[in-house]
Design a protein around this ligand. Structure first.
Ligand code: PLP
Length: 582
């Protein structure tokens, strides 16, 4: 049996409340600061009458306790009070009779845990992670046990579980977390995610998600306008990630040229081949495997000295495939490759696709967001010629996971490719315009609401705010590049095009060694060792990998707007500190 101690949630709760008050320098009864920029919001959205109603409601709320909760329908407000949760259970919460007060107290405690976590995430003296090996977490930590139980556990334990789940996780919003393409903790995005979970609805029909469906349509149109399709024409859908968006692109391409595959299967099609860079994301191969093309029918394209597809190689391989009797169906051009951040030359690739009548997809999962920057959108020059585009706001734009869009230039293909008209959901005789029942375009049935947090962030930042965020991340990566490109002990893998900065670090003991296999082997071990020490000490996180014949190197990526030059300096100091004696 795994050990279960009896933690006192209250101890933690009162401690964290004190911390909260101390750091904010407010007492429990201090009013919150007045809402900022409210007139902009009011001017834009409300009639005069409505405005004055909202203003007085803001004022009223300002006069109340910071931790009070507005249950607006009933005008009931809850103040957080010391509550003993050790004898309370989920069954005591709503919809239980008299469950309202315990529910509100429980949720206010949860909010307290979350706000503490958020506050600490931006505090550089907090570790990025508190690393434990899997067996340690599985054995159970003090008061925290992953095993599921037959009997209900108290709400006190549930609160401990909430707190410890965050405690033993990784702070991906920390300014020194550089490990993944998706980083950051956007406060408005987070609010959007909370609201989304509260609404707990499903994107398949307008019937049950009217506001979210419209937001999705409007946002997709805006994204298509930014891609450069006339009047934002075309189609699209939010999907569970870039890999799935890429899969949609392959499905739609196949449907465009061989619609009968939908009903009859792949046996009615000739041998179809797909082309993609040797540096492209593995999801193209996965899509090929999942959709019955087979990974051997994905032809990898050679790249130049900066990791970009060589168009002549594409044309040669298209011709060679045709000579073998294969049918070139689809080319993927990557805008921002995963490791090097390379941008394939879309215009030249588009010329070849037009010449041979091949579907052109642009995988902009990572680099598509650069379209929002006037300084950097030229890197995707020609994107408007693509038949489809993947664009992940959950990477470079800092939208909380998950948020990825597949955009398709030709309207109707997504619907034709995927619709099965399930009678219990998509009744044609509903009282509203059923073209807003967009769920049948998806390969899923139920679909999570990914749009709201993104829409809300867009409202809160404006297009210009995203542009600023992207420019800032690119500036920071140039700062790193300029800092290390001639620094002793560093060697660049490629000159950066995106925020990816790929480099080797040579500890002093390797620097004098002659070039050769021994040096390569020792260098190969450096990045994993430094990374392991970083994780053990919890100070920062950055990725590494080998690529082709290149031994392990660091891949620094910046998408977190909280990061500053001092965090970049910190990263290089850590690498040098931890790697010095290797
Ligand atoms: C270029 C590229 N495409 C697609 C993907 C897959 O995106 P997701 O992780 O959202 O499925 C990634 C992920 O890193 C990527 O870098």
């Amino acid at each position: 049996m795994l050990r279960r101690s009896a933690p006192s949630y209250q101890d933690h709760a009162s401690f964290s409340r004190t911390m909260y008050r101390n750091t904010r320098n407010v007492s429990a009864d201090s009013p919150p600061p007045p809402p900022r920029r409210r007139l902009g919001f009011l001017q834009k959205n409300n009639s005069l009458e409505e405005r004055s109603r909202i203003v007085s409601s803001f004022k009223e709320r300002s006069a109340r306790n910071l931790m009070s909760c507005d249950n607006s329908g009933q005008e009931t407000r809850y103040r957080r009070t010391e509550t003993d949760f050790s004898n309370m259970y989920a069954r005591d919460l709503l919809p239980a009779k008299n469950g309202e007060e315990p529910t509100m107290q429980f949720l206010l405690e949860v909010v307290d845990i979350l706000t503490n976590y958020i506050r600490k995430t931006f505090d550089r003296s907090t570790k990025v992670l508190d690393f434990h090996h899997p067996h340690q977490l599985l054995e159970g930590m003090e008061g925290f046990n992953l095993e599921l139980s037959d009997q209900p556990e108290s709400l006190e334990q549930i609160l401990v579980d909430c707190r410890d789940t965050l405690k033993y996780g990784v702070r991906t919003g920390h300014p020194r977390f550089f490990n993944q393409l998706s980083t950051g903790l956007d406060i408005v995005g987070l609010a959007g995610e909370w609201l989304t979970s509260t609404a707990n609805t499903n994107m398949f029909t307008y019937e049950i998600a009217p506001v979210f469906v419209l937001m999705e349509q409007l946002t997709l149109k805006k994204m298509r306008e930014i891609v450069g399709w006339r009047d934002g024409e075309g189609d699209g859908i939010f999907s569970p990630g870039g890999a799935i968006s890429n899969m949609y692109s392959v499905m739609v391409a196949r449907y465009k040229f061989f619609p009968e595959v939908k009903n009859k299967g792949m046996s009615v099609a000739p041998r179809l081949v797909l082309f993609t860079s040797e540096h492209s994301h593995y999801s193209i191969k996965k899509a090929s495997a999942a959709l019955g093309f087979g990974t051997e029918n994905v032809i990898l394209l050679s790249t130049d000295e900066r990791g970009r597809v060589i168009p002549a190689d594409l044309e040669a391989k298209v011709i060679a495939a045709k000579q073998k009797g294969y049918v070139p169906l689809y080319v993927n051009a990557t805008a921002g490759t995963t490791v090097y951040g390379a941008f394939d030359p879309i215009n030249e690739i588009a010329d070849i696709c037009e010449k041979y009548n091949i579907w052109l997809h642009v995988d902009g999962a990572w680099g598509g967001s650069l379209l929002m920057s006037r300084n950097h959108r030229h890197k995707l020059s020609g994107v408007e010629r693509a038949n489809s585009v993947t664009w992940n706001p959950h990477k470079m734009m800092g939208v909380p996971l998950q948020c990825s869009a597949i955009l398709v230039r030709e309207r109707g293909l997504l619907q034709g490719c995927n619709s099965l008209c399930a009678g219990y959901l998509f009744q044609p005789d509903k009282q509203y315009d059923v073209t807003y029942d967009t769920g049948d375009k998806a390969i899923q049935c139920g679909r999570h609401v990914d749009i709201f947090k993104f829409w809300l962030m867009w409202k809160a930042k404006g297009t210009i705010g995203f542009e600023h965020h992207i420019d800032k991340c690119l500036d920071l990566s140039m700062y790193l590049y300029n800092k290390i490109k001639n620094r002793e002990g560093y060697k660049m893998v490629y000159d950066p095009q995106h925020t990816n900065v790929c480099f080797w670090y040579y500890p002093p003991s390797l620097r004098g060694l002659p070039e050769g296999e021994e040096k390569r082997e020792r260098l190969h071990k450096v990045a994993p060792k430094i990374k392991a020490m970083m994780m053990e000490s919890g100070t920062t996180m950055v990725g590494y990998q080998p690529q082709g014949d290149k031994v392990n190197f660091f891949r620094m990526v910046i998408s977190n707007p909280a990061a500053t030059r001092s965090d970049i300096d910190f990263l290089t100091q850590e690498i040098e500190r931890l790697g010095h004696d290797l």
